[in-house]
Design a protein around this ligand. Structure first.
Ligand code: GAL
Length: 376
């Protein structure tokens, strides 16, 4: 029986909850006789509403296809049951490796157990999958440092700190508000922790004031990282805490989509040249245009091409029954085990950096930045 048939059967056996099949089961990693064309990598991405995940999905697919592998790429529309089903299907169809960017990092234990039973290695892509022993590798960025970089950009934007880390001229006090990402995404906690560790001394000394008093991650989180949810919260904050003619000076935002929601709320409330310093992440093209136009302060660039490359390198290692190279084996405890990780560095992009970091590197063209739209 061919390996692929066994693969499919392996999934069926799983579905029937039978004892582990002996011999070579589904997706048991490649072996020397497997040609790339016989091997399928299942790639599960959270959503197409955010442009970054489209770029990630395309990048991973292109790189794998160029090496001759089959790619089963699925987007789950930010719906947890859809993502679970799509991964079930990938296992049934005989995926040899899974690359997963989870919607809810705690909701995939069942799928990961099925993958483990079928001997399919699982790579968590950018978002750590929690509460499961069956995560074999993690590719991401240094997520704590992302938070530090966001908070630093806020301090630099307010003039409290200079880019070189020295003390800035501005004394404040400045009114700031804080936003965090989705609580079910492990990254949201890392970003917020990095940011708050950086901002806390300035809050403690009174240079920064969180006028709403909302400083706990549970109070400032944004379910599914949604732009509209962030816009509504910013509108509520303006009505509840800034109805006395005081102004917001800065907003810590963990992600460009959230930043755009915040900016829309501020503009609707009449902010123009006095728009607060708003941070971001992902260098989404619509936000890069806003930075170029002087509306958004900054973003944190995570090069999805490099992340995709690392996912492919790790995937290939598993297919060759090797252990992918990790550069961090301490930070990412998923509640059950520390997942070996490969973490990439990040870069802060202010207006002056767009040319060098985003255009010269070929990530975007100058025309795309001017239009605020990527050309697919
Ligand atoms: C996080 C990711 C961020 C951002 C956010 C919203 O998991 O690390 O870069 O993309 O999701 O999509």
């Amino acid at each position: 029986m061919s390996r692929k048939v066994l693969a499919a059967l392996g999934g069926a056996v799983l579905a029937l909850s039978m004892a582990a099949c002996s011999g070579e089961g589904a997706g048991s990693g490649g072996n020397d006789s497997d040609k790339p064309a016989d091997l399928t990598i299942g790639v599960s991405m959270p959503t197409q509403t955010s442009e970054r995940w489209i770029a990630d999905g395309n990048s991973v697919k292109e790189k794998l296809t160029a090496k001759g592998y089959q790619v089963d790429l699925q987007y789950a529309g930010d719906d947890i049951p859809t993502q679970s089903q799509q991964i079930d299907q990938m296992i049934l169809r005989g995926a040899d490796v899974l690359i997963i960017a989870a919607i809810d990092g705690t909701a995939l234990s069942g799928q990961l157990q099925a993958a483990a039973d079928a001997k399919i290695p699982v790579i968590a892509y950018d978002r750590l999958i929690r509460d499961s022993p069956n995560v074999d590798f993690y590719v991401s960025f240094d997520n704590y440092k992302v938070g530090v970089a966001q908070a630093t950009a806020l301090l630099v934007g307010l003039g409290v700190q200079n880019k070189d880390g020295s003390k800035g001229e501005a004394k404040g006090p400045f009114n700031i508000e804080l936003f965090a990402g989705s609580l079910d995404d492990n990254n949201a906690h890392f970003f917020f922790k990095g940011a708050m560790d950086t901002l806390k001394p300035f809050i403690d000394e009174g240079t920064l004031k969180v006028k709403s008093g909302q400083t706990k991650i549970e109070q400032v989180a944004t379910l599914r990282w949604q732009q509209e949810t962030a816009q509504t919260r910013m509108e509520d904050l303006l009505t509840s805490s800034y109805n006395d003619k005081t102004k917001v000076d800065g907003v810590l935002s963990p992600y460009d989509g959230i930043s755009r929601g915040i900016i829309t709320a501020l503009q609707n409330a009449g902010y123009r040249d006095d728009i607060p310093v708003v941070t971001g992440q992902d260098a989404e093209i619509a936000s890069v245009k806003l930075i170029n136009d002087g509306v958004q302060n900054s973003t944190i660039f995570k090069d999805t091409r490099l992340l995709a490359e690392q996912a492919v390198v790790a995937g290939e290692a598993f297919l060759q029954e090797k252990t992918p190279e990790a550069n961090d084996t301490e930070t990412y405890d998923n509640g059950v085990k520390v997942v070996p990780s490969y973490l990439l560095p990040v870069e802060t992009v202010y207006k002056d950096d767009i040319q060098k970091i985003l255009i010269d590197s070929g990530y975007y063209t100058a025309e795309e930045v001017a239009a605020g739209q990527a050309k697919g």
